[in-house]
Design a protein around this ligand. Structure first.
Ligand SMILES: *[C@@H]1O[C@H](CO)[C@@H](O)[C@H](O)[C@H]1NC(C)=O
Ligand SMILES: *[C@@H]1O[C@H](CO)[C@@H](O)[C@H](O)[C@H]1NC(C)=O
Ligand SMILES: *[C@@H]1O[C@H](CO)[C@@H](O)[C@H](O)[C@H]1NC(C)=O
Length: 382
């Protein structure tokens, strides 16, 4: 989410740049003890644009990129009514005076208040997470507070995004080979291994050299290879919109990423269902004509549903996802020809102009049992 405008870090000890009208010597002008000089509203507006730009370059890593976005977003409301006295008061109350070291502070004066906290929750506070271990009787501790949506309900939600992960994020009896993920986690990346974290793989032991022969993909990018398995996610969201906004749920408008799912049409609390299906790319395997428009093109008779969250490698067992999402996951491995898989990427690119989702996403580490639902809440899809 790029909409995090609630807090900007100001730094003590940083030269405040406030243009001609405001004092520019921090220690002398902002920290003097004469209460009359700059207190109260003097109707002077510091050059906050400059201030924010300077701050943006002084800030570390992540905060910097947000701050660079801030002037345009924040200034119109922030500058109005902000006086030098406010800045001085802020500097003082945050005990910057006399502090030579850089110190991170909270919200700057005049900042708009944001009704939402977009910080990702600690797992101890978060709702039930995904991916869950789906092997029989795998334990979990959580009782879901959100209802799990059914297959019929999922089908009333427009498809907003399709993407795939290298390896399965979930684990089932059929996809349980952790050789690649173990190697990745141990830092033993193979020469052929890319940068994304692999998940669980379908077995390759019964495949012969013809079936495993390399294929040159024309449309899929990054680590898409014969023999590897991919968990495709079909994301359905009530915030979705069809191409011509006709309210026809079958006329989907797909795009890269999850922006359409989580904040489409301005909705902040959409209902989301993700259908997950695992495909192993094998030469000579079945041709599937349209893998893009849902998992209906191959059977998914061995599927379960449960309450979870978003996945991906920005979440693990300490930083959790803030979203409550229904999961429908097929526990079988489906073999598919490389041509069919490449055709999925071709459709994504040519029909919807997608690009970043032509690369496989990394797989989130299987979530610890204390952050996933109890096994009684993982039920056959209905
Ligand atoms: C504030 O500083 C910015 C950046 O230097 C400049 O573009 C802008 O004109 C200044 N505004 C005022 C009111 O001086
Ligand atoms: C590999 O397996 C496929 C499918 O069973 C078979 O058609 C093919 O002849 C086999 N190739 C070799 C070299 O064994
Ligand atoms: C959107 O409208 C155009 C023009 O009427 C039509 O060609 C296209 O098929 C429609 N797309 C969908 C997804 O309904």
């Amino acid at each position: 989410m790029a909409r995090m405008i609630g807090s900007l870090l100001l730094l003590c000890g940083l030269q405040l740049v406030v243009g001609d009208v405001c004092p520019d010597d921090v220690e002398v002008d902002l920290c003097d003890t004469n209460p009359g000089e700059f207190s109260g509203s003097m109707g002077m507006t510091p050059n906050l644009t400059l201030l924010l730009i300077v701050l943006a370059f002084a800030l570390p890593g992540r905060a910097k990129s947000w701050a660079l976005l801030l002037p345009a977003v924040v200034l119109p409301s922030a500058v109005a009514g902000l006086s030098c006295g406010d800045v001085k008061e802020f500097y003082k109350t945050n005990q910057c005076c006399g502090s030579a070291t850089m110190k991170e502070l909270g919200t700057y004066p005049g900042a708009p208040t944001c009704p939402y906290n977009f910080q990702k929750p600690a797992c101890s506070m978060a709702g039930p997470q995904t991916p869950r271990d789906l092997t029989a009787n795998a334990p979990g501790d959580k009782v879901p507070k959100a209802i799990t949506l059914t297959d019929t309900q999922a089908n009333s939600l427009p498809l907003v995004n399709v993407h795939f992960h290298l390896g399965a994020e979930h684990k089932s009896e059929a996809y349980s080979d952790g050789t690649d993920s173990d190697a990745f986690d141990a830092g033993r990346r193979l020469a052929t291994t890319g940068t994304v974290r692999p998940g669980w793989m379908c077995p390759t032991s019964s495949l012969n050299s013809t079936q495993l022969q390399a294929y040159t993909f024309q449309y899929c990018k990054g680590q898409v290879e014969v023999g590897k398995s991919y968990e495709i996610h079909y994301v359905h969201s009530s915030a979705g919109m069809d191409a011509n906004d006709t309210d026809d749920v079958n006329a989907d408008s797909l795009s890269d990423g999850l922006g359409g799912a989580a904040n489409g049409r301005g909705l902040l609390n959409p209902m989301i269902v993700v259908q997950g299906q695992i495909f192993q790319i094998v030469n000579g395997a079945a041709t599937v004509d349209d893998m893009l428009h849902g998992w209906t093109v191959v059977g998914h008779t061995d599927s379960v549903m449960y309450s979870g969250s978003t996945t991906g490698t920005s979440h693990d067992n300490s930083v959790c996802s803030p979203y409550a999402i229904t999961w429908h996951v097929d526990k079988a491995c489906h073999q598919v020809s490389p041509e069919s898989f490449d055709n999925l990427c071709k459709q994504m690119k040519e029909m919807y102009g997608m690009d970043s989702d032509l690369y496989p996403h990394g797989s989130r580490i299987l979530v610890d049992k204390q952050y996933v639902v109890k096994s009684e809440f993982v039920v056959p899809l209905s």
